[in-house]
Design a binder for this molecule. Sequence first.
Ligand SMILES: [Zn+2]
Length: 334
Amino acid sequence: MEIGEVPTPAPGPGQVQVRVTAAALNHIDLWLRQGLPALHVPLPHVSGGDVCGVVSALGAGVRSMAGAAEGDRVLLNPGISCGRCVACLDGRDNFCPDYQMLGEQTWGGLAEYVVVPAANLVPAPRGRIALDDAQLASIPIAFITAWQMLVDRARIQQGETVLVLAAGSGVGTASIQIAKLYGARVIATASTDEKLAAARALGADETINHASADIVAEVKRLTARRGADIVVDHVGATTFGKSVVACAKGGRIVVCGATAGYEPVLNLRHVFWRQLSILGSTLASKARLPALLELFAAGRLRSVVDRVQPLEDIGEAHRRLESRATFGKLVLSV
Ligand SMILES: [Zn+2]
């Protein structure tokens, strides 16, 4: 991975060029660097799916829109879809057969300029709470992912208990806040007491240090042996077996990724006897991000930025994300 010069991408018909001001890192950026067996990435490649910037040029056929005209500050929706299949027309564009992720199958925003379909522009919010570019860049992937997991897939209900694994991750910090917004009780796990204190500051009711305590035993203790109604698990191989046993009868486990590996040991006896649901989830519909930004502008959700570094420090940022030392998002300023 290196900082280099590539031609400035020009917007084609229906596309928009954005001058990037801040872009957040995600685990997908680490996996892309390491190589994914199912994805052939022609080099050079520019990764980065969480982007804040300023509209710098409109491609042919793109009309100016309020909040998304040249010179306007925008966020980018990370999911790119065809716009005309049944799923897209139904507002479920993340079920599009041609679905792609910004910075994965396309060049992303860890650069000075990025080009996206005009449909991916989202005006920066103007509300009671002002958010800077780094705070905005930290929002899209983590929050739309957590929202679809808890609200659309697990159908979270008031009073339920939600177990959030790896509370310091982007999805973890978002899940804690969204579960609290829905009136749930949140049990969060992390590997250090500092992270657990930060999770409580975000609203977690109970915390478990998974380096020193057994997650399942602690969840049972904290729920009078009942277990959690929903488990947010994006760790995978090392945690999934525990997620199954930590569930209450009728519980739902929602999975949006597997940072520790894709192939856990799964004891099906627990799945049928407890009548569990295992739910997969990938990003969310494009309509979700503007709705979420309203909640940020109203002060009901807040972005969690671990640190902001110049783009030139991207190597160090990758190492820090890989070491799992972060609480919240790593943002590169451009
Ligand atoms: Zn489509």
